[in-house]
Design a protein around this ligand. Structure first.
Ligand code: ADP
Length: 495
């Protein structure tokens, strides 16, 4: 195990108390309020953050508004593209530091960070290609006379970006990419449990040539800094990723000035394994579709529907896979599963394990907090329940931990009906070698993404969204960029 003393801590952690990052500089929290942020692998305080208030949010929004109307508004699309390209290089150059910060802050294992790096770099490059797509078009019309009709596009203005703790280094880019591609500005409010990489990214953006005030960061608690941002009268759009409950609060808070919204919320995604599936792929695929990031993924395939004829073999192999996973210090390169992010999250997951057992699901692997030398951290074993029924609490509510519910089925129609019997619709998968089975599932699963013989693959050019209570507004592709733009029709009468 890597000892904490072996690490060279990034400057962000050794430079003293952190404040908000507003108008390109560090600013002390207005009322001096602070919150601790913990290393989830040890349970020890890592550093303290500003506890943002209405006043801090006001200052950040004012800075974003000024920047929106200032020199940034005159950046051409090629200049915005150049900033994104420089940022791509800076993220690449500073990767070890960013990855270490993310690992210390939210527990992602370093063994996963190379994959994260590739994903982030291609996301930044994708948005760099989109800067020229913010232009309008001339549309042929049927108006008598000599009228030219144009569609113009313009950035919506100040964006509030509210993101969760389960991967801020990655998830911030879905907002920053849209902001920088279109010429908007933003105030980011990262989660109180994991804010460090968002703060560091804001610093790097200045180094990349972004004018001050285009990207601001206010740290703090959801009901305080988050609510102040969501209700702020001078914010034009909110891009939010988080729980469905908080999503409802955001909708309410946005009503006063009709903010544009993009919401990516909770999930309880189905992962359907048919008897003809290649189990060498389906077992690790379905397992890591939940255990990856220690289950802290909104589109985790937590309900694994398995055709009854292969249930015993599948579960046996899944348990063996679960047993083979190394859980522990995220800085150990051999570790595959890190801790949960916080004591609160650990309590929540353990509570669901209790509920599952009480409601009669069969616990076939895991279910315990890890003890020994890592007992101070928030580690839990990868956990598998067998013979779950779709109406049990663990199959209905989002757990956000490494807990799989295996649910048997007999026919494809039954699998589809159970898969869609949920209030969510974020992800879903099918494992089968039969083209008609795959086609039926691909069209039938009611969710914003369906993976066939794979799980959780996301490309920035393709994107991601939700059905039902998993939210609305598309992340990725050209539709994503459109969400950061107003459209204006112009009727130009030349007679
Ligand atoms: P989780 O339960 O996974 O922490 P949340 O939806 O509570 O998910 O949090 C996601 C983000 O939303 C975090 O940045 C959090 O601080 C913020 N948040 C929580 N409550 C509110 C709120 N009432 N208004 C705005 N933001 C909030």
């Amino acid at each position: 195990m890597t000892a904490a003393t072996d690490i060279t801590y990034p400057a962000l952690l050794t430079s003293g108390e952190l404040g908000h990052y507003i108008d390109g500089t560090w600013q002390a929290p207005s009322k001096g309020g602070r919150i601790d942020t913990h290393n989830p692998a040890t349970g020890k305080v890592l550093t303290t953050l500003g506890r943002g208030t209405d006043e801090d949010v006001d200052a950040a929004v004012a800075s974003a508004r000024q920047a929106f109307e200032g020199p940034w508004s005159r950046f051409t699309h090629v200049e915005r593209q150049a900033v994104l390209n420089r940022m791509h290089d800076l993220v690449d150059e500073h990767w070890d530091e960013l990855a270490l910060l993310e690992s210390l802050d939210m527990g992602v294992p370093v063994s996963r960070t190379e994959g994260m790096k590739a994903g982030i770099l291609k996301t930044i490059l994708f948005f760099a290609t989109q800067t020229a797509n913010c232009t309008g078009q001339t549309i042929p019309n049927s108006i008598p006379g000599n009228t030219t009709t144009l569609l113009l596009k313009a950035p919506v203005g100040v964006v509030g970006g509210i993101i969760p703790w389960n991967g801020p280094l990655t998830s911030q880019w879905w907002i920053l990419g849209g902001v920088l591609a279109t010429g908007c500005t933003c105030v980011m409010k990262p989660a109180e449990d994991a804010s460090l990489t968002v703060l560091r990214t804001a610093e790097l953006l200045i180094e990349a040539g972004l004018p001050r005030g285009v990207v601001n960061v206010v740290t703090g608690l959801g009901p305080e800094a988050g609510a102040a941002l969501a209700g702020h009268p001078d914010v034009d759009r909110i891009a939010f990723t988080g729980s469905t409950e908080t999503g409802r609060e955001i909708i309410r808070a946005s009503a006063s000035n009709m903010k544009r919204l993009q919401l990516e919320l909770g999930g309880k995604s189905p992962d359907i394994v048919f008897a003809d599936a290649d189990l060498d792929k389906a077992v690790p695929g379905a397992s890591m579709g939940v255990f990856g990031n220690t289950g802290q993924v909104c589109f985790a395939g937590t309900r694994v529907f398995v055709e009854r004829s292969i249930q015993d073999e599948f579960v046996e192999r899944m348990v063996a896979f679960g047993r083979s996973l190394r859980v522990g210090d995220p800085l150990d390169p051999d570790v595959q599963l890190g801790p949960l992010v916080s004591q609160k999250q650990l309590d929540r997951v353990m509570n669901y394990v209790d509920i599952g057992t009480r409601e009669g699901a069969e616990l076939v692997h895991g279910g315990k907090r890890l003890s020994g030398e890592i007992a101070g951290g928030y580690f839990v074993e990868p956990t598998i329940f067998n013979n779950v029924s779709n109406d049990m609490t663990i199959a209905r509510e989002e757990i956000f931990g490494p807990v799989i519910s295996v649910i048997p089925f007999d026919t494809a129609d039954e699998a589809l009906s159970l898969a869609n019997d949920t209030s969510y619709g974020l992800g879903g998968a099918v494992w089968s070698r039969d083209v008609s089975t795959v086609t039926k599932m691909m069209h039938g699963i009611k969710s914003g993404a369906v993976w066939v013989n794979c799980y959780g693959v996301i490309d920035p050019a393709v994107g991601f969204g939700g059905y039902k209570q998993s939210g609305y507004g598309w992340k990725g592709g050209t539709t994503h960029v459109e969400g950061f733009l107003y459209q204006k029709s112009v009727y130009l009468n030349a007679d």
